[in-house]
Design a protein around this ligand. Structure first.
Ligand code: 6PG
Length: 254
């Protein structure tokens, strides 16, 4: 068991308010990162929850301003499927956001899933990140913001309960066989040390199916093998949970 990492928790009325707060957070971190470092490095989450947030960022009438000319986009994880496959996280992000904003294509770094195995895709993405961030050997890049989702089983990115990937402490990127939740395809994922090197990590969690995992992880009752999201403990960065009321429904005193 491990006490929950220190975190900021915002409980949102519903998934729509969560999407608005997430878009506002991304815009705020982007502005701060560009002001301080001249660029904004962002890792997108996959799955379905972030789609509404991405759509708000893509909608100029919503006024969530991001200087895309200074923004560099990566992926916290990816399915080992073609980039145009409906199951691809890159495909989802491209449809919802990346194709709709003035973000130069050379500033988007999808996982190259054309290799025969997820292991090869992971090794290539590891090199991609090392080259971009000029990370010394055995060091981890500090992305400005990593977005994460939470599976009903407590997985995050593609770090699944009981998976060997949970024990990877030397690489930035690794691979995993599928977890129990669909889609049943091999995955490529950032590792815990990579997630925990970020300046800020933000979980976006909606729906009652997530409530037991949210309770366990935020209540400090979870071990990482059973609820991998409990392993997200930024070394020096901020940890933010944006949770809708349904997903927060089992929290004490919610
Ligand atoms: C993926 C995601 C995964 C996702 C959670 C929550 O590739 O599916 O990286 O970690 O964030 O499974 O998914 P939903 O947002 O669809 O509930």
């Amino acid at each position: 068991m491990s006490a929950a990492a220190p975190y900021d928790l915002t409980i949102c009325r519903d998934a729509d308010e969560l999407a608005h707060k997430a878009a506002a957070l991304i815009a705020q971190v982007a502005s701060e990162s560009i002001r301080r470092r001249g660029r904004f490095t962002l890792a997108l989450a996959g799955g379905s929850t972030p789609k509404a947030t991405y759509a708000l960022l893509a909608d100029p009438s919503k006024q969530f301003v991001v200087d895309w000319s200074r923004t560099f986009v990566f992926f916290g994880d990816e399915r080992h499927v073609p980039a145009d496959d409906e199951r691809s996280n890159y495909h989802m992000a491209r449809e919802a956001l990346l194709a709709k904003v003035p973000l130069p294509v050379e500033q988007v770094f999808p996982v190259d899933t054309r290799f025969d195995t997820a292991a090869e895709c992971a090794a290539e993405y590891d090199q991609t990140l090392a080259a971009f961030f000029a990370t010394p050997p055995h060091a981890f890049p500090a992305l400005d913001l990593i977005l994460l989702g939470l599976g009903d089983d407590g997985h995050t990115a593609s770090l699944f309960p009981g998976a060997a990937a949970l024990s990877e402490v030397d690489k930035v990127v690794t691979w995993s066989p599928p977890g129990v939740l669909p889609p049943p395809v091999d995955r490529v994922t950032l590792t815990f040390p990579a997630l925990n090197a970020a300046e800020q990590v933000a979980f976006l969690v909606a729906g009652s199916g997530k409530a037991p995992a949210v309770r366990d992880v935020l209540g400090g009752d979870a071990n990482v093998q059973d609820r991998p999201a409990a392993g997200v403990r930024p070394k020096s960065g901020r940890l933010t949970w944006l949770v809708d009321s349904a997903a927060a429904s089992l929290l004490e005193g919610q």
